[in-house]
Design a protein around this ligand. Sequence first.
Ligand code: NI
Length: 171
Amino acid sequence: MIRPILFYPDKRLREPGKDVEVFDAELHRLIDDMAETMYAAPGVGLAAPQLGISKRLFIVDVASGEDEPSDLRVFINPEIIAAEGETTFNEGCLSFPGIREDIDRAERITVRALDQDGKPFELEAEGLLAIAIQHENDHLNGELMIDHLSVLRRRLVHRSMSKRAAVDAAQ
Ligand code: NI
């Protein structure tokens, strides 16, 4: 089931997520819904707080080509335990439709997380996967791409998103 995605400046996007403790059918249903919602958008990542669910859970799939098989990865209660290097990428976010901004991130990371069955794993990532993991991980802490921008860019993006919210509210 496709679920509605919250748009900035919705305050729920600022709530830090709580650890997932139960790995049951309901969690699997949520993950299925998140994947369906992400692919429909389309996007390369989606975090539970973007659906108004304050849980430490996100998914990413950076396989972009139409012929490429999907590469869905699920991260639950994740922790970035190592980060090195620096890279800049023109990022978007499903909670900021139409906005793309250059954002600095670590180039390589190591993340420790649980999979959908609660099994721990560790992953070293670089490139787009590392960027997507850092972006989605921010969402679990109530942090958003706008927080990485200069004061001026932040003000411009805030104004543009607030205007959009006002138009949506009037409809
Ligand atoms: Ni995002």
